[in-house]
Write a protein that binds this ligand. Structure first.
Ligand SMILES: [Zn+2]
Length: 270
C-alpha cells in the first residue's frame, strides 16, 4: 500500500501538472469509485493539491475540492495528450484538462475512491478527521513517547495505526525500526524514552529516503508521470529476507507481527 513518500511524490507531480490548469470535466467510468455529483467539476481551475496522510485533495477555484484516495493499487497518471497506452481496462476515472491534457485514475483492485465536497468540509471527511499527527508536520518525539507508554501493542503495529500517526505503512515501519535497532514485536509501553527518540528520528530518515528515491514500487505504485519509484532497491530490511542487515551484517529474518509480514535483524534489533 502506498505510504507517505509515495503519496507525497504523487502530490508533487500533480502540483506541477495541475495547479493553474482548468479541468473541463471529470468522467467517472466506475461507480464503485465514486457516485458523486460531478456538476461542481466543470470548467474549474485547480488552485492547489494537498495531502492528508495517504489521501490527496485537489482544491478548485469554486470553493469545492476533489478528495482522492488511491488505497492499495490506485494510480494517478498525467498525460499531455490522449494518444497513448491509456486509458486501459483499469481506468476508473478521467480528468479532462485544458489543452487536451488528461489525468487518469487507474485502479486494479478498485479500493480507491473520489469524493467531491466543499473545500471547508474536507477536514471533516471521516477518513481525514481521524488521522493522527504526521511526520514532518506535527508529530513530535514527546507525542511518540506518550502514545507508546499507553500502548500494549507491538511498537510496529502502533506506528502503522493511522489514527495514532498518519502516513507510515508496512514498508517504512519495518525500515524505521531496523534503523532505530528496535525489535518490531516489542510492546510499545516497554520502550525507553531514548528508544522512542531514536525511533522518531529513524521514521523521519526512512521517509526522507523514500522521498529521495521517488517512493517504492514493489507493487504497482507509479508517480504522476507514470514512472516507478526506486526505494524498493534501497530498503533497509523490507523485502530483504536472508540478505545482510545494513547495520550489522547479520542475516535478515522474516516473521509476522499482528498478521503483517515483518522483516528484522535478530542481532541488532533488541
Ligand atoms: Zn543488524
Amino acid at each position: 500500500m502506498p505510504e507517505l513518500p509515495e503519496v507525497e511524490t504523487i502530490r508533487r507531480g500533480l502540483e506541477k501538472h495541475l495547479v493553474g490548469k482548468k479541468i473541463n470535466e471529470l468522467e467517472i467510468l466506475d461507480l464503485k469509485l465514486s457516485k458523486e455529483n460531478l456538476s461542481h467539476v466543470k470548467s474549474v481551475k485547480v488552485t492547489t493539491v494537498r495531502r492528508f496522510g495517504k489521501g490527496l485533495v485537489i482544491e478548485l477555484d469554486n470553493e469545492y475540492s476533489i478528495a482522492v484516495h488511491i488505497k492499495m493499487t490506485g494510480q494517478l497518471i498525467f498525460k499531455q495528450n490522449k494518444q497513448d497506452i491509456l486509458p486501459d481496462k483499469h481506468t476508473r476515472a478521467i480528468f479532462k484538462l485544458e489543452n487536451a491534457a488528461v489525468l487518469y485514475f487507474n485502479d486494479i483492485r478498485r479500493f480507491g475512491w473520489i469524493k467531491i465536497l466543499k473545500t471547508d468540509e474536507v477536514g471533516r471527511l471521516p477518513f481525514f478527521k481521524n488521522l493522527g499527527p504526521e511526520p514532518f508536520k506535527n508529530l513530535t518525539p514527546r507525542y511518540l513517547q506518550e502514545i507508546s507508554q499507553k500502548s500494549n501493542l507491538p511498537i510496529k503495529t502502533l506506528i502503522m495505526d493511522q489514527r495514532k500517526i498518519s502516513g507510515i505503512g508496512n514498508i517504512y515501519a519495518n525500515d524505521a525500526l531496523n534503523l532505530a535497532k528496535i525489535n518490531p514485536s516489542r510492546k510499545a509501553k516497554f520502550l525507553t524514552e531514548k528508544e522512542t527518540n531514536k525511533l522518531y528520528l529513524s521514521i523521519l530518515e526512512v521517509l526522507n529516503r523514500g522521498l529521495k528515491y521517488g517512493g517504492s514500487s514493489e507493487v504497482n505504485y507509479v508517480n504522476a508521470d507514470g514512472n516507478k519509484g526506486k526505494y524498493q532497491n534501497h530498503s533497509f530490511v523490507y523485502n530483504r529476507e536472508g540478505e545482510n542487515c545494513l547495520n550489522c551484517g547479520s542475516k535478515i529474518k522474516k516473521t509476522k507481527v499482528s498478521g503483517r509480514g515483518t522483516y528484522f535483524c535478530e542481532s541488532c534489533q533488541k
